[in-house]
Ligand binder design. Structure first.
Ligand code: B3K
Ligand code: ZN
Length: 851
């Protein structure tokens, strides 16, 4: 069915739904081409005179009845309306039967098929593709679901209440919005366990996968058990059903989905074995299992009033999963990783045409707002609130939130009010973080006079689309001071910046201190703190705040690299020496050292140069970064092979944080050595690798050294039948291709029979990897832009959501030179002009072209 004419939805237009749904009863008669869905809904009017409006898209209506009598409801493109005059005065029973075709559903939204199984994805507005329903998060109801199918395993939300051959009935007692509905039917195997909650409820846990994948589920199961325990220990939140099911599916638009009691996951975020998954996969699986589980309270028990409030559940749940990973692994390392992602994705978004507030005020397609801003910046806002009210205040506010709002659909106003009520603080100015888009810049000025040290902080929030003028924000800036000998003279203190410019004075200091500003990255801002190479090297060696220690090294590296890009300077000795000290410091966590050794990414440098008013040249950035790595490899020519030898692991593979950190450092050393040894260590590493982490690292180095042909072939021969491993194989070749070859490599890969482009993981592995190869995507002849645009146009009719998401490859267009900008605009215009373009992709290209 054709998309309805796109309409813009506004937060200001919110109106409560005029009916309550007391009970929802669904029967599914599953068949790939013609599934019948019968719904029986007890409806109670909340206001008189309201029409009954139900959402519905792509449904074939078979029958509709009210209290048993047929109603003449004529569906339109987005649903159907029963006029108030045709409704009984009091409560009534709505019954409808519709037909849908899951096998034809390539958009992977609503009920669809993946690898022969049925599954659903309803958030945000997919339930309307299953039956007629008020598909909005503030309409919550208990669901009873009967599934009829010859598939051996039949699952839905809640508890299993009855089953027989060819059918099963589920009941979810917790009122929920339709976006949390889920159904799965397939030939599945369970890897099972159990968890007993602190009040003694024994919960059956199942990870459902396709036959033969059962032996790759234990990490996910153990991650789930750790998450359940952690949420009890840290937030006092217990699980509330007798069963918790997770299902892995191969075709999935995102990572995973928190459906009540029946989470559905992209199989890449469930399945792990040492032979097939990297350390990064293991860490991500643990984090996403936790994230979806934590949604049970922050998202499901307390949900969003409307989709503008998405950050209410996503920002908070991301913040919770970040804390969890920090507790399981290392807070310092996790914070650095999170800030790297924030800068790479959210700052990038904030700096371009797609910038929007954490709580947007309008949208055309809500799926386009599952963004780094809503998620990652949303999480930063929680961290800032906590910095402002302290750990105790945060704990009190959260307890109040769960007490006051359990079972409700809430807003950001409700959220901030619990903080105000629990702590007595006024958060009116803080609230601007939710409505003003863009990344604030804070400039720092130091003054030292008569034993008084003054820091003057000034904030500026640049204009963003639709928001030319901004008000000052309430920003927690964590600061510490060090003595010139490296001792801390002022432990971390949170300064509250609320004015455009403000000074903070520190008295009683014997010598001019070195300031460590924005410790722990206490706010999502760009800090402009003029410090010379030597001061940054000093902080990298001495800062007591681990995040700022890393940050000093990063700022130094960026300073050095930007001089190399601009004037062809050589890698600065201060930086080389600082890196040498770090590599030799065995007291430092290897995972931390691995991160500190990682050079700034090319896209990050382009962003940094653009922010400094310089037009980035992707090829120059690429060359300078290579030279920087080579200079470091030469400088550490004696250290690296020794480090690499020393970190060799013996015994069976373990995915724990310490072992993963050692592998990360060892592979960082390998990557550097490979710059100057023509790949000889990488060849040795490849031959010895007994796990996927080391295999991928070695193969990447071989490709970059200009080798790897036979290894690429051997890898493909070994793993041809494993979709997840082959995704890595596709992506790796593009990620490590030289800039002038990346487009050709990607184009060649798209010609393979196993380039199953309708599978989002495979599409991302090729087209996403090309967009992420900075100098490859931005080839001056426009071939990178063209290939990506061709594939977005091809994907859009099949899967608008993934096409729209991948179109963000073009969001950085304003950074580059006039020729590249013109080429990128031409591709965006070509996409925009495609007949029948989806609402999703039309909104994205429209926003990018508008700028
Ligand atoms: N809530 C889902 C995301 C749904 C995306 C819809 N396009 C996963 C998550 O954030 O946990
Ligand atoms: Zn989430």
């Amino acid at each position: 069915m054709q998309d309805a004419a796109p309409q813009t939805i506004h937060l200001a237009d919110y109106r409560p739904y005029p009916f309550r749904l007391a009970e929802v009863d669904l029967t599914f008669r599953l068949a790939p081409g013609a599934t019948r869905v019968l719904s029986r809904i007890r409806v109670e009017p909340l206001a008189s005179g309201a029409d009954l409006r139900l959402d519905g898209e792509g449904l074939r209506l078979i029958s509709a009845r009210i209290d048993g009598a047929p109603v003449a409801a004529v569906p339109d493109a987005t649903g159907l309306t029963v006029p108030a005059a045709a409704l009984p005065a009091g409560p009534f029973l709505w019954e409808a039967e519709v037909e849908i075709a899951p096998a034809a559903n390539t958009a992977l939204e609503g009920l669809y098929m993946s690898g022969g199984m049925y599954c659903t994805q309803c958030e945000a507005e997919g339930f309307r593709k299953i039956t007629y329903y008020p598909d909005r998060p503030d309409v919550m109801a208990p669901f009873r679901v009967r599934i009829e199918s010859d598939m051996p395993v039949l699952l839905s939300n809640g508890n299993l209440v009855a089953e027989g051959v060819g059918w099963a009935e589920w009941h979810d007692p917790w009122p929920k919005p339709a976006y949390l509905f889920a159904l799965v039917a397939g030939d599945l195997r369970a890897h099972s366990g159990s968890f007993t909650t602190r009040s003694g409820r024994k919960v059956a846990l199942n990870i459902w996968v396709r036959p033969r994948d059962e032996d790759r589920c234990d990490w996910a199961l153990q991650s789930l058990i750790r998450s359940m325990k952690w949420d009890e220990d840290v937030y006092g939140r217990e699980y509330d059903l007798d069963i918790f099911n997770i299902v892995a599916v191969d075709d999935f638009n995102m990572g995973a989905m928190e459906n009540k009691g029946l989470n559905i996951f992209n199989s890449k975020l469930v399945l792990a074995s040492p032979q097939t998954a990297t350390d990064t996969d293991y860490e991500r699986i643990e984090a996403v299992i936790a994230h979806e589980y934590f949604h049970n309270w922050t998202g499901n028990r307390i949900t969003c009033r409307d989709w503008f409030q998405l950050c209410l559940k996503e920002g908070l749940t991301v913040y919770r999963d970040q804390q969890f990973t920090g507790d399981m692994r290392s807070h310092a390392v996790k914070r650095i990783e999170d800030v790297l992602v924030l800068r790479a994705r959210q700052f990038r978004e904030d700096g371009g045409p797609l910038a929007h507030p954490v709580r947007p005020e309008s949208f055309v397609e809500i799926n386009n707002f599952y963004t780094a801003t809503v998620y990652e910046k949303g999480a930063e806002l929680i961290g800032m609130l906590r910095a402002l009210v302290g750990d105790d205040g945060y704990a009190r506010a959260l307890d109040l939130y769960f007490d006051r709002h359990d079972g409700q659909a809430c807003t950001i106003e409700d959220w901030l009010k619990v903080f105000e009520d629990a702590t007595g603080r006024d958060l009116a100015q803080f609230k601007r973080w939710y409505s003003q888009a863009g990344t604030p810049r804070i400039t720092v000025q130091e003054d030292w006079q008569d034993g008084r040290f003054t820091l003057t902080l000034a904030q500026h929030l640049p204009p963003t689309p639709g928001q030319p003028d901004k008000q000052p924000l309430h920003i927690p800036v964590a600061v510490g001071l060090l003595n010139p000998n490296g001792d801390e003279v002022l432990p971390t203190r949170v300064l509250e910046l609320t004015e455009a410019s403000q000074s903070f004075t520190f008295e009683g200091l014997a010598a001019r201190p070195v300031a460590s500003v924005l410790r722990g990255f206490s706010a999502p801002v760009i800090l402009e703190h003029p410090q010379d190479d030597a001061t940054r090297a000093f902080l990298l060696a001495h800062d007591t705040d681990p995040f700022n220690r890393w940050e000093a090294g990063r700022a130094l590296a960026k300073q050095v690299l930007s001089r190399m890009v601009r004037d062809g300077a050589a890698a600065a000795p201060d930086w080389l020496d600082a890196m040498a000290r770090l590599v030799r410091d065995d007291a430092l966590d290897p995972a931390f050292r691995a991160l500190a050794l990682r050079l700034p990414a090319e896209d990050d440098m382009a962003q940094t140069l653009h922010a400094a008013g310089i037009v980035p040249d992707p090829d120059r950035i690429h060359r300078a970064r290579r030279q920087m790595a080579e200079a470091l490899a030469r400088h550490l020519a004696h250290d690296l092979p020794a480090l690499w030898d020393r970190l060799r692991q013996h015994g069976p593979f373990s995915p724990d944080a310490a072992s993963a950190g050692a592998r990360a450092l060892r592979n960082a050393a390998l990557a550097l050595m490979s710059r100057i040894d023509n790949g000889s260590h990488a060849a040795e590493a490849w031959a010895q690798a007994d796990n996927m982490t080391d295999k991928m690292a070695a193969l990447g180095c071989l490709i970059e050294a200009g080798h790897g042909g036979p290894e690429i072939a051997a890898f493909a021969a070994e793993w041809a039948r494993d979709r997840l491993v082959m995704d890595k194989w596709f992506a790796l070749q593009i990620a490590h291709a030289a800039p002038s070859e990346a487009v050709a490599v990607a184009a060649r890969l798209t010609e393979r029979a196993d380039f199953d482009w309708k599978n989002p993981n495979r599409f991302r592995a090729v087209i996403g990897a090309l967009s992420a190869n900075h100098a490859g995507f931005h080839q001056a002849d426009g071939s990178g832009y063209r290939l990506v645009a061709d594939w977005l146009i091809r994907l859009d009719p099949a899967n608008p959501q993934t096409a729209a998401r991948m179109s963000t490859a073009f969001e950085t267009l304003a950074r580059y030179d006039a020729d590249r900008q013109e080429l990128m605009r031409a591709e965006l215009s070509r996409i925009a002009a495609t007949p029948g373009l989806s609402r999703d992709l039309a909104e994205m290209t429209g926003r990018m072209l508008k700028g």
